[in-house]
Design a protein around this ligand. Structure first.
Ligand SMILES: [Zn+2]
Length: 268
């Protein structure tokens, strides 16, 4: 550099800056001069005359919501909040294990196993995922892009038709379009990945009036799934939890990324 560092009191020299703007070195000089002025001003505004490096830290704090001067503006005080998704492992954490088979296999074993893997898959996709108990305190006014509660159907043999999965959203959602899109995405991707058929016509009031739907924040789009029947679908439920989890995770991602959720070829 041909320009010497300028003392602070000579930094503001408009005429000099106009002359300098005619050549590259002059422009560079102006950039440095403006930078020096800004740094001086910021330093002057900072109560203790802090250095710009501290300013950078403070700015990082503003962007991450940690600046105490803006307390309350950001609901999540984590350094880097990522979009949140909630996964309820059906019957987990309570005294009711859900459906039970005669040999002792419980619904909660299946749901927790699958839900844990859904959490892993969505975490790997860049989201903050809460693995929630059936009656989790965090469900009160819970806010997330989506909440999916995972259950499995009875272990009793009903008939040859008692196979496949069900998915439904809250009846009285504030955003029925979003809710039905989440359902369409879960249905499409779960069917595609697992090969299980959609068990239509048997969504019960027990599902659509699911207790968590009334507890979570009104803006949180939520759905409940019965991921298979513990009798006829026992093998995939117990032996291929990763496949089931991938189907659910893909469904959630389909919803979040506005993917096409129309049924694939051959799906009903
Ligand atoms: Zn259940």
């Amino acid at each position: 550099m041909t320009e010497p560092m300028l003392p602070e009191e000579t930094q503001v020299q408009p005429a000099r800056q106009r002359r300098a703007s005619m050549n590259v070195l002059g422009q560079l000089s102006m950039v440095f001069t403006v930078g020096a002025i800004l740094a001086t001003l910021f330093t002057a505004w900072t109560p203790l005359g802090l250095f710009p490096s501290d300013l950078a830290e403070r700015m990082a704090g503003w962007f991450s919501g940690e600046n105490p001067a803006q307390g309350g503006t950001f609901p999540t005080p984590t350094p880097r909040p990522r979009p949140r998704i909630g996964i309820v492992a059906g019957h987990w954490g309570g005294s009711d294990p859900g459906a039970v088979c005669t040999d002792g296999l419980t619904e909660v074993e299946i749901t927790l196993n699958v839900a844990t893997r859904v959490k892993d898959a969505l975490t790997a996709a860049g989201f903050d995922v809460d693995l929630l108990e059936e009656f989790d305190d965090r469900l009160a006014e819970y806010q997330a892009l989506a909440l999916v509660s995972i259950h499995a159907d009875t272990c009793a043999f009903i008939d040859d038709n008692a196979t496949g999965f069900k998915v439904t959203a809250a009846l009285a959602s504030v955003s029925p379009e979003k809710a039905s899109r989440l359902v369409a995405c879960l249905r499409s991707r779960y069917q595609e990945v697992t090969g299980l058929r959609f068990h239509s016509g048997s969504v019960t009031p027990h599902m659509s009036s699911y207790h968590a739907f009334d507890e979570i924040h009104a803006e949180t789009t939520a759905a409940i799934m019965e991921i298979g029947f513990m009798n006829l679908d026992r093998q995939i439920l117990t032996q291929q939890p990763d496949v089931l989890a991938q189907g659910i995770a893909n469904g959630v991602l389909c919803f979040i990324y506005n993917e096409d959720a129309s049924p694939a070829e051959g799906q009903q």
